[in-house]
Design a protein around this ligand. Structure first.
Ligand SMILES: *Cc1c(COP(=O)(O)O)cnc(C)c1O
Length: 399
């Protein structure tokens, strides 16, 4: 294996020295054939686990027909995926992309352009919140507001005022004649699995209505069934957005993203105002449609809810059993976080030593986001590995 210093790759990632050769369901197999339980799922990407037969067939079939045509021509596959997303959400229009960042970029541009078209070009600011993560483009790091990601990349893209988490007075004070929209993740992912209270989402909707602002949700991580509803905000009545960015789970591992919007918000984007070469490509649409075939099946969401509850209860037991290492459990459905007292990266490494994959997040949290098809038995196995890992951490702390 290439050492870090001789690797031809940008050293932009601190990679764990393990590589996986194949996956099946909730398991990954490394180059020595060792099995790992995958409760990271590519950071909430592999919604249906690895090598799901329906997705494999969809991709293979499409690969033999047509790979790419560009968006110069009609796309029935885009229309069908868009119809299905719209039928199952607030949305009436869809713009397909290849990533979460691009879905957010489309959301930013749609919001700004909508105000421009409505004779308010001065309204271009999009309010965001501490702990947010919206991607890594220049606009997205400005929207996220995390200094670590902004450092060294020149001036911040203007127009993303960044507010403290949950400070209602600061929010009211921040809205002015330049405000175009408010952007929020209904459950912060990278920020540490921090759910936004339901009444806050409703409050944001009311505030947007009162001031003529657009409400934008980033459901790149919490969407596509992760919480047991197709979209996380659907747990809340009266809090639908105008625009929403989606990616990760919708491709099940194939790069797909989408910006969803009401017809009104999307009306600002006309031929020439935005574009993409690959977005909505036939391979991506075949996989996206196949993911929805499974996720929209009768009973699938109920199963995610049931498994989510089961995981949550087992995690609560873990937190009770290891109070020196784990402080609390938070999240929804199969998007759960362990807020740690020990260093979260140590906990992730200890889990990995037991062949259980998890992901660190902000606020010293360990994320557990198994594929949505995880079984109760696989959850039991994962929790047993957690117990083994935490026993060893406790023993070595005592030694
Ligand atoms: C991952 C993520 C993004 C960025 O998505 P990419 O596909 O990496 O561009 C944006 N927002 C949230 C909430 C995410 O979790």
């Amino acid at each position: 294996m290439a050492s870090a210093s001789t690797s031809p790759l940008f050293q932009a990632f601190a990679r764990v020295p393990v590589h996986f050769e194949r996956g099946e369901g909730v398991y990954l197999y490394d180059s020595d054939g060792q099995a790992y339980l995958d409760f990271a799922a590519g950071i909430a990407v592999n919604a249906l686990g690895h090598s799901h037969p329906h997705l494999v067939t969809a991709l293979k079939d499409q690969a033999e027909k047509l790979w790419h045509t560009s968006n110069l021509y009609e796309s029935p596959a885009q229309e069908s995926l868009a119809d299905r997303l719209c039928e199952n959400s607030f949305a009436e229009r869809a713009f397909f992309t290849n990533s979460g960042t691009e879905s957010l970029e489309c959301a930013f541009k749609t919001a700004r352009r909508w105000h421009y078209d409505n004779s308010a070009p001065e309204r271009y600011e999009i309010i965001t919140f501490e702990g947010a993560f919206h991607g890594r483009s220049l606009a997205a790091i400005s929207a996220g507001g995390n200094e670590k990601y902004l450092t060294g990349f020149g001036p911040k893209v203007e127009g993303f005022p960044h507010l403290p988490f949950g400070d209602h007075d600061a929010l009211k004070a921040a809205i002015n004649e330049k405000t175009a929209a408010i952007l929020i993740e209904p459950i912060q992912g990278e920020g540490g699995i921090r759910p936004i209270p339901h009444q806050c989402l409703r409050g944001l909707r009311e505030l947007c209505d009162e001031h003529g602002l657009l409400l934008i949700y980033d459901e790149v991580q919490c969407g596509i069934g992760r919480t047991g509803k197709l979209f996380a905000h659907q747990w809340v009545d009266g809090a639908e957005p105008d625009i929403m960015a989606v990616a990760k789970g919708i491709g099940g591992g194939f790069p797909v993203g989408v910006c969803l919007a009401t017809a009104e918000a999307a009306s600002a984007m006309q031929p020439g105002s935005h574009g993409t070469t690959y977005g909505g490509n036939p391979l991506a649409m075949a996989v996206g449609n196949a993911v929805l075939d499974v996720v929209l099946e009768d009973g699938f969401m109920e199963q995610v809810q049931e498994r989510g509850l089961f995981l949550r209860q087992r995690l609560a037991e873990i937190a009770d059993s290891y109070p020196d290492i784990i402080e609390s459990v938070r999240g929804g459905g199969l998007m759960q976080g362990l807020k740690c007292k020990a260093l979260n990266t140590d906990v992730v490494a200890a889990f990995r030593n037991e062949h259980l994959l998890s992901v660190p997040a902000g606020d010293n949290v360990v994320r557990l986001m198994p594929p949505l098809v995880v079984s109760k038995d696989e959850i039991r196995q994962a929790v047993s590995k957690m117990g083994d890992a935490l026993d060893k951490m406790q023993a070595s702390a005592a030694a």
